[in-house]
Design a protein around this ligand. Structure first.
Ligand code: SER
Length: 583
C-alpha cells in the first residue's frame, strides 16, 4: 500500500487541496535550520492569513529533526522523516477532524477499533478540559477506558516557544501480540502514538500570554515511517518497505547482512537519505563548516566512517550508489529530487573524495591519541587537530571516543574553534571570497539589503543598472553594478534615502518557487540566469524588488536598521562598486 497516496486521496475526497511539501530549508526564516513539522510552513495561515489554496489542505512534508541525531542507529529514530498532515484553516474543527482520522484509520487502513486508544487534553486553569473531543471519540465507539486525559506536558502542542498552539488529541495503536488490555495506559510502550490532531485556537507570545487566534484551526501530523512500521507489523522501522532497497544496497556493498550490523547500516541509510534531501533542496546547500552545510558535512562524514567500519570499499562510488537508490525511491514524490539529481550526486561524491583523503590518516591519529592518553579525556588541542587537519567533525570524535569509554574536552575545543574562526576572519578580510560565504543573522540582513540597493540604483541611475557581483561578510556588503560614471554625492544620498525609506516601510519579503522560464517572464532579476536550476526561488520585497535568489532573507525590511554607503569606487571598466553597512 502506498500510504502517502491513500492519505492524500482520502483527504482530497473530503474537500482538501493537496499542497506540495515546502522546502526542507525554511524560506525567510534563518532562525531555524530545517523544517521540523508539517505545520511549520503553514504558521502564517494558522495565524490568520488567507491561504491561496483555501481552508482545507493536506500534504506530506519533508522534515528534519536534529534533536535525535545521537540516537540514530536504534530501531525508531530518523533525522529525516515525512509527515502526513491535514489542515482546517478556520473551517472544520474537532468533530470533523476526529471523524476523518477515525474513518481513515479504520476504513482505509483497516485498523481494528480494539487496537486504538486516544489521549485528550486535561485542561489547565486557563483552558478547559476537552470533554468535546472525548465525547466524539466515544460516539465513534471508543470505550471510556481507552480515553486518557493528559495535561499540558503531553497534550498541548506548540512548535517551539511561541506561535499558534492548542490542546490536542493523540491516537495510539497497540503494537504487540500480547492480549490487548481493556484499559489504555499511555505509559505502556506497547501503545505507540501514530497521529496527532492539534486544535489550534490560541497564540502564545514571547511574554507567555495566551490569546485566542482569529480562527479555530486543525493541524494534524502523522509520522509516515512509524505508521508504515505499524501497518507492516515490524518494531524496527528500518525493516519496513521504506528501507528495503536501501538496506539491500548497503548489504550488497558491504558483503554483510543487516543482522549483526544494524547500527552502522541504519546510520548509513538514515544519513544518506537525509543528505540527499538536504542537498536536493532549492537552497543549494553544500557541505561547509556553518549552519545547514555543517549538518550535511557531519551526516556524510559519519556515514563514511560507518561505511568504513563495515569494510565497504572506500575508493568505490558506494555513497553515490546508495544515494541513487534513495533518489529513485523519492523522485516521483518530490520534483526537486528529480530536478537536482545530478547536483546531489556531485555534492556527495565531492565530499566523499575530500574526506577519503584524510580519513585513513585521521583514524591513525585518533588511535595514536587514544593509545597515548594519560587521562580518560581527549584534550582540546588533540580534538582540534582531528578537526582542522583531518576533517573530523567534533561530534564524530565524540562518538568515536565514547565507543572507547573516553571523554572529549568539548568546551576547550569550542574555545579553540572560536579563536581559529576569528583568526581566519581577520586573515581573509578584504579578500574576495565570492558570494555569500556564510549565512548568519547579519549576513542574512545584508543579503536582503543587497536586493534593495540593486532596486534603488535602478531608480536613481537608470534601468540599465545590473548586478555584476556581490560579496557579503557579517560586517559589510559589497555590490558591483554596471554603470558608466562615478556616482555623484546627490545620487548616493538618494540611493541611501530610498533604501532607508523601504526599510522604514517594513516591507514583507516573500518567496515563491516557480519554473525559471516563468520567473524570467514575470520580470524577476537574476545575475547569472544559467546558474539556477529549472525551478527557482523568487524573492519579492513588497513591490519594489523581485529577484531569483537562493536566499536566505529577513522576513521584513524593518529588521535591517539603517543603510549607509561607505564607499563608491571603480571596479573595472563600466563597473562601479559600492560598499555599504547596516547600522
Ligand atoms: N504539529 C503537530 C505535530 O507535529 C501535528 O501536526 O505533531
Amino acid at each position: 500500500m502506498n500510504l502517502k497516496k491513500e492519505f492524500i486521496d482520502f483527504f482530497v475526497s473530503k474537500g482538501h487541496v493537496a499542497i506540495p511539501s515546502a522546502p526542507l530549508i525554511p524560506e525567510n526564516d534563518p532562525s531555524v535550520l530545517f523544517n521540523t513539522a508539517g505545520m511549520q510552513p503553514l504558521i502564517p495561515y494558522l495565524m490568520g492569513k488567507e491561504h491561496p489554496e483555501g481552508k482545507r489542505l493536506c500534504d506530506y512534508q519533508k522534515c528534519v529533526r536534529l534533536t535525535d541525531l545521537d540516537s540514530i542507529g536504534d530501531k525508531t529514530h530518523h533525522t529525516f522523516f515525512e509527515m502526513l498532515g491535514n489542515w482546517s484553516l478556520g473551517d472544520y474543527f474537532k468533530e470533523e477532524s476526529i471523524n476523518y482520522s477515525f474513518e481513515f484509520l479504520t476504513k482505509v487502513l483497516h485498523i481494528p477499533l480494539e487496537r486504538l486508544a486516544v489521549t485528550v487534553f486535561a485542561g489547565t486553569d486557563k483552558v478547559p478540559r476537552d470533554e468535546v473531543s472525548a465525547h466524539i471519540w466515544e460516539s465513534l465507539g471508543l470505550k471510556k477506558e481507552r480515553i486518557a486525559y493528559l495535561g499540558e506536558e503531553d497534550n498541548f502542542w506548540i512548535a517551539g516557544e511561541t506561535g499558534p498552539c492548542g490542546g490536542d488529541t493523540e491516537i495510539f495503536y497497540f503494537r504487540s501480540d500480547d492480549p490487548i488490555p481493556d484499559k489504555f495506559d499511555p505509559k505502556d510502550n506497547r501503545w505507540v502514538e501514530i497521529w496527532n490532531n492539534v486544535f489550534m485556537e490560541f497564540n502564545k507570545d514571547s511574554a507567555g500570554n495566551i490569546t485566542e487566534l482569529p480562527k479555530k484551526n486543525v493541524d494534524t501530523g502523522m509520522g509516515l515511517e512509524r505508521v508504515v512500521a505499524v501497518l507492516e507489523g515490524v518494531t524496527d522501522n528500518y525493516q519496513t518497505s521504506i528501507w528495503h532497497d536501501i538496506m539491500a544496497k548497503i548489504e550488497e556493498l558491504s558483503h554483510k547482512s543487516y543482522e549483526g550490523n544494524e547500527q552502522s547500516m541504519r546510520i548509513i541509510a538514515d544519513h544518506v537519505r537525509t543528505s540527499v534531501f538536504i542537498s536536493a533542496d532549492y537552497a543549494g546547500i553544500v557541505p561547509s563548516n556553518t549552519d545547514q552545510g555543517y549538518i550535511l558535512r557531519r551526516l556524510i562524514r559519519r556515514a563514511i566512517r560507518h561505511a568504513k567500519k563495515l569494510e565497504i570499499d572506500m575508493n568505490s562510488p558506494w555513497l553515490e550508489e546508495v544515494a541513487e537508490v534513495v533518489i529513485q525511491k523519492y523522485a516521483n514524490d518530490y520534483p526537486e529530487i528529480k530536478a537536482n539529481h545530478e547536483r546531489v550526486i556531485n555534492v556527495l561524491k565531492e565530499e566523499r573524495i575530500k574526506f577519503n583523503h584524510t580519513l585513513e590518516k585521521g583514524l591513525k591519529e585518533f588511535s595514536r591519541v587514544i593509545n597515548n592518553l594519560n587521562t580518560k579525556t581527549i584534550d582540546a588541542t588533540q580534538a582540534f587537530r582531528l578537526y582542522d587537519t583531518y576533517g573530523f567533525p567534533i561530534e564524530l570524535t565524540i562518538e568515536m571516543a565514547k565507543e572507547k569509554g573516553i571523554d572529549v574536552d568539548v568546551e576547550g575545543f569550542q574555545a579553540k574553534f572560536k579563536a581559529h574562526q576569528e583568526l581566519s576572519r581577520t586573515a581573509s578580510a578584504g579578500k574576495f571570497k565570492g558570494g555569500l560565504a556564510s549565512t548568519g543573522e547579519k549576513e542574512t540582513m545584508y543579503h536582503t539589503a543587497t536586493h534593495l540597493l540593486n532596486a534603488a540604483l535602478k531608480i536613481v541611475v537608470g534601468p540599465d543598472v545590473h548586478q555584476k557581483g556581490s560579496n557579503i561578510t557579517s560586517e559589510r556588503m559589497r555590490f558591483d553594478f554596471s554603470c558608466d560614471h562615478k556616482l555623484s554625492d546627490e545620487e548616493k544620498a538618494r540611493v541611501e534615502e530610498i533604501v532607508n525609506n523601504w526599510i522604514k516601510e517594513d516591507l514583507p519579503v516573500t518567496m515563491t518557487t516557480m519554473p525559471k522560464t516563468e520567473a524570467v517572464k514575470s520580470g524577476a532579476e537574476a545575475m547569472f540566469i544559467e546558474k539556477y536550476a529549472d525551478i527557482v526561488n523568487v524573492y519579492s520585497i513588497g513591490t519594489v524588488s523581485k529577484e531569483i535568489c537562493g536566499g536566505p532573507h529577513v522576513s521584513h525590511t524593518g529588521e535591517l536598521g539603517k543603510f549607509k554607503i561607505i564607499k563608491e569606487e571603480a571596479s573595472s571598466a563600466g563597473v562601479r562598486r559600492i560598499k555599504a553597512v547596516l547600522e
